[in-house]
Design a protein around this ligand. Structure first.
Ligand SMILES: [Zn+2]
Length: 623
């Protein structure tokens, strides 16, 4: 490191003038912090004894401890953020200096300022006195900057490079770092930018990083946890005194949280207990408080010598019972996207994508009888999508019902050069404008929306969609990520009067791959008919997720690589995107609740009596 000797001397000199702190962070919180606001799990004075596992990390955050990097990979409902706020309160009151608090986005931050930070300052007398009241005209400024004697607290979103690259800071706090963008405005990893700002303060700097984890191999908090000494909270068995980590299961998959079933085989979450690894006695939850109080953090790896990293799952949470953990697990276990969230937020563990286990042979076993070109009675909406290639247009129609359970309704290839052969488009029109009989009823349905990929043949596609947008025929394009995390959708204008929908393909692919692994009909299940062409199932399983490191800046990210043709899969991605467009942009009140919409269709009672899903051409007004 490039530290000038004078700088070290100057820092030591300055440090010598700091009054020795009479309290550490948790002692401060016990004396001064009042919990209030909507976001607090419990209100009233903060009590560290309620969450004894907070004690050691809080000591590491105190100025008389030399630790510089503190990493919390903690489950939700463990008071992770409240610990960070205690530290902020302590900085303002006892160890002032420039501090930066970074959350994933400005929106998250705004919510936190209003629901947690401002209420903390208001409710805690020692802070209320110190934080400068802004002049009325500075009210906007007050949102993201808190000035106090000897320092200031700046608040920023991780998606803002300019805020992350300005003044030097002594304290950095990054919250929910797994939801930060991988790269901010081309400037690199926002966590790197945050650390660079701490450089000036060398020996007195402190960095706190917290998050629940996400995907194995890409999770930033897991990377930081492994960089550290990997501490776990060991608690004594009330029966044999053996110290162990409270955990859902062992590494070999054997479950340690056990519950009974009744005579009918029904799960009884209230009987949840932990199986001691030493004496084999079931430990009931009523021992939790005494076990937490007697717990100790123990490092399980050497680490890099400067990072103290802590793992905590929700079994330790005083705000969530083991019975609740089990109930939530039972609700999530058969739906991969829910199980993933449960694993990330409750176990504080990364999720391993198991897309590799998925292959065409597995899907072939569950093909169903279905008349091509008909909709199932459970359908709420029919969505069509097309992929335009140099010599053909491939198109598919998917029905979605309650819980986004879906059915493949039709799949067709229209041969011909779309840029010169007008019959290709005419055949496509006839195909998508049909009335689709609803199985077992007198009803018919029409497509609610039709999306055409403009990625390859933009001009031909724009020519096609422009006069048909009033039929809800739109151009669309896939982008790996959009500016918002998760499945999202943006609409922009192209040429004159052409609306282009952008779809975040990464999130849509994740969702489809996890849904293909659902084996029982119900929410998210994808029904596949027996009439699908042979290559269809190969195409649906052609994408594999891999991790890739950018050699230039070392950023690791996940990518999809296809192992063969994948039009059928792409069309499914677009269908999910167009459903999202209906629900988020075009007509949320009609399409957001598919269960309600399906019931209305089945009984012929559309909400308000004016919205008609079929015959959109007759009204001409759809947006
Ligand atoms: Zn025991």
């Amino acid at each position: 490191m490039n530290v000038e000797p004078q700088q070290i001397v100057a820092e030591a000199w300055l440090a010598g003038w700091e009054p020795p702190p009479d309290l550490n962070v948790w002692q401060w919180a016990d004396q001064h912090r009042i919990l209030s606001g909507k976001a607090a799990a419990e209100s009233g004075p903060w009590r560290t004894e309620r969450v004894p596992y907070s004690r050691e990390p809080a000591e590491k955050l105190s100025p008389n401890d030399p630790a510089q990097r503190i990493v919390l990979m903690w489950a939700s409902q463990t008071s992770k953020t409240e610990n960070g706020l205690n530290w902020i309160g302590y900085i303002i009151h006892h160890a002032p200096g420039p501090a930066l608090f970074v959350m994933p986005t400005l929106g998250d931050l705004k919510k936190n300022v209003l629901q947690r930070i401002n209420p903390m300052i208001e409710a805690t007398a020692a802070l209320r006195e110190r934080v400068a009241k802004p002049a009325a005209k500075d009210a906007a400024n007050n949102m993201f900057v808190k000035e106090f004697d000897g320092g200031m607290l700046m608040l920023s979103g991780a998606n803002s490079a300019s805020a992350l690259a300005s003044l030097p800071i002594r304290y950095g706090y990054g919250d929910e770092i797994d939801r930060w963008p991988l790269d901010v405005d081309g400037e690199g990893d926002p966590l790197d930018l945050l650390e660079q700002r701490l450089q000036t303060f060398q020996s007195r700097k402190k960095l706190l990083i917290t998050s629940t984890p996400t995907i194995k191999g890409i999770s930033a908090i897991e990377r930081e946890f492994k960089r550290g000494d990997q501490r776990y909270y060991f608690v004594p068995c009330p029966h044999c005194d053996h110290r162990q980590v409270l955990r859902w299961r062992d590494e070999d998959g054997t479950r340690r949280i056990i519950w009974r079933r009744d005579e009918a085989g029904k799960h009884m979450p209230k009987t949840a207990a932990f199986l001691c690894e030493s004496c084999g006695v079931l430990i009931e939850e009523r021992f939790k408080t005494q076990m937490l109080a007697a717990g100790l953090w123990q490092a399980t790896a050497p680490g890099d010598g400067m990072t103290f990293s802590y793992h905590l799952n929700a079994l330790y949470s005083p705000f969530m019972s083991w019975a609740e953990m089990v109930s939530q697990f039972l609700k999530a276990k058969d739906i991969p996207e829910k199980l993933k969230t449960w694993t990330n937020t409750k176990l504080a563990e990364t999720w391993e994508e198991i897309g590799l286990a998925l292959n065409a042979n597995v899907l072939a076993k569950r093909l169903e009888d279905h008349t091509r070109g008909t909709a199932p009675a459970a359908a709420a909406v029919l969505i069509g999508t097309a992929d335009v290639q140099g010599d053909r247009v491939e198109a598919k129609i998917v029905a979605f019902g309650a819980g986004e359970e879906s059915w493949l309704v039709d799949y067709e290839i229209f041969w011909g050069d779309p840029s010169s052969d007008a019959t290709v488009w005419a055949r496509l029109d006839d195909w998508r404008r049909r009335d689709f009989p609803v199985h077992g009823t007198e009803r018919t349905m029409r497509l609610a929306i039709f999306g055409v990929d403009s990625g390859d043949q933009a001009d031909a596609v724009y020519d096609y969609v422009q006069p048909r947008q009033s039929e809800r025929v739109f151009a669309l394009k896939g982008r790996e990520y959009l500016s918002r995390p998760g499945l999202s959708m943006e609409s922009t204008a192209k040429r004159s009067h052409i609306r282009l929908f952008l779809i975040a393909t990464m999130a849509a692919k994740d969702r489809i791959i996890s849904r293909l692994q659902i084996m029982e009909p119900g929410p998210g299940y994808m029904h596949l008919p027996k009439w699908v062409p042979e290559q269809y199932l190969d195409q649906m399983t052609s994408e594999k997720k891999v991790t890739k490191k950018n050699p230039r800046n070392g950023v690791v990210k996940m990518e999809y690589h296809r192992t063969g043709r994948n039009e059928a899969f792409d069309l499914e991605v677009y269908a999910l995107g167009m459903l999202f467009a209906l629900q988020q942009i075009i007509n949320p009140s009609m399409f957001r609740d598919l269960g309600r919409l399906q019931a209305a269709l089945a009984t012929g009672q559309m909400p308000g009596g004016t919205v008609r899903q079929r015959g959109v051409r007759s009204s001409g007004v759809i947006l």
